[in-house]
Design a protein around this ligand. Sequence first.
Ligand SMILES: [Zn+2]
Length: 370
Amino acid sequence: MYAAGNNPKLTPLVAEIIAAPHVVPGSDGKRHIVYEVAVTNVTGGDARFERLAVIDADSGAKLAELGPDELASRVTPGASRGNETRELTAYQFAVIFMHVALAEEAAVPARITHEVTAHFAVIGAEMTLTLGEATVVATAPVILGPPLRGNGYVAADGCCDSIRHVRALLSLDGKFHLAQRFAIDWEQLDDKNTLVVGDLKVPANYHIYGNPILAVADGTVVGTRNDLQDQVPGALPPNLPIDEADGNFVVLDIGSGLFVNYAHMRPGGVKVKLGDKVRRGDQLGEVGNTGNSQAPHLHLHVMDNASPLASDGLPYVFDRFTITAVDEAGTEDFDKAEATGSPLTLTPRSPPQQLKNVLPLDLSVVTWPQ
Ligand SMILES: [Zn+2]
């Protein structure tokens, strides 16, 4: 006997959200929701995504809509980066990497859901399904102090549509983890807008190399290592064991279930030890090129446990910083500057944007307060 109102329907797709979506205010004045939808075609024939709308589950308002081209760049079979397509074969699993930038006047939704239109070969027709409902986390992102001192810092591979961090979904111990969802790789420009001068194979020739790395909040050191040598810049090291990915690193427990990962410090560059209590602004180490790194940089992210990889990446904001320019030419331009020593193609912000309590978005050039 069914209870009244219980009227389940067979659906050709099943979906769930991998981790509870958070909202983060960005340096563009918008609020951003970044999350992943795991979806499986449970039919014995091909399914082709045509449209996906993100809906406020309470008001019914449409928050975003992805068409065929956008879906073709975000639907990732097997969560295997580089395999993006909007077509799933029979019984195939995929992850859809989502980024919703809320319109400035839009209310933050308490719950979201999705209307997905897809063509199914087994019926030779399209269907529109509602799936993937999730509660949006209401807690505001943690507010941090500066991780570095000075100016010209580029927020590389940052939020929300770059690929290397936002889509670094790893299957670890039988579960998906996206620790790096809001990670930034910080590098530094000189006054000619280059990242490196001289021999590109020498880590110390990159302007950020050796710079002091600061505690972004009061905390306790709960993870670290300091025994690895720098990689030769120019390529990621082949066959690196996964436990060396972060190179010489520090994990700081900053309370409230939040942990900060600082990776790739230079040989001997970690200045704290396990159990040390630090205050915001204290020096933790020096920037280097150890671990899975192809140019000296500070990788920084916030996560929900002490494991730099097997954790859920959480959003954060910095309490005060200035954006002087943005590399609107994109990751390709940044990669070229890193690989060749050419200057970045920057679009200045004039006057500079003085910002409070937001996340610097991808390829912003940041000055930290003194
Ligand atoms: Zn990184």
